[in-house]
Design a protein around this ligand. Sequence first.
Ligand SMILES: [Zn+2]
Ligand SMILES: [Zn+2]
Length: 224
Amino acid sequence: MICNQRINQLFNLNQLLAWKKLPAPLICEQCNQGFEPITGPRCQGCGRTDTNGALCDECIRWENKFGYVLHNQALFHYDEAMKDFMKQYKFNGDYRLRLVFESQLKSAASLIECDLIVPIPVTEATWRSRGFNQVTGMLGNLELSAAISTVEREKAEPQSHKTRRERIQLEQPFAMVNKFKDELPEQNILLIDDVYTTGTTLYHAANLLKSAGAHKICSLTLAR
Ligand SMILES: [Zn+2]
Ligand SMILES: [Zn+2]
């Protein structure tokens, strides 16, 4: 699905003797090996691996600002291979690629204790151009609660001494979906997004859910 090369599937003896239909691989071994799983000690806030297990500076700032960290779990490094994959999936809109990491994301989600799983939504503009939400796409038949939606940013830029980038970081891009308002109090929530970059998106979502009464919030992303 990624490089379009023919897959020469090799079977081991157990697979041959099991005498049942084997799942066809979606990507070849070479493409598969291009992705680097995140292993070993990592920051307990965001999942980065260069802090020898300590909370990183970014997460210390989040903790000082909001009083908590998300305990984000990320499956893969956001390296060139993953960036290329995301480009092909999201920006070229190759919806088949949602299947490549589906089982890994779903099994990671199933190991995290929570009451509700909330995917990060995409904007109306993205829906119109891409036609799908890349996050929910990768989660298959997992039971999701679309508790937050995006809000359209004001077209007119308000007068402000802050830079555009600063304003965007401060603005809450999400709103609660009404029918979930009563479901959130005291619930443990798992937020899922495709990539953890600065954490801004996930903390906006988490803060909104907390203000609606959610108890504990953690997050899972495909890449970090
Ligand atoms: Zn390949
Ligand atoms: Zn961190």
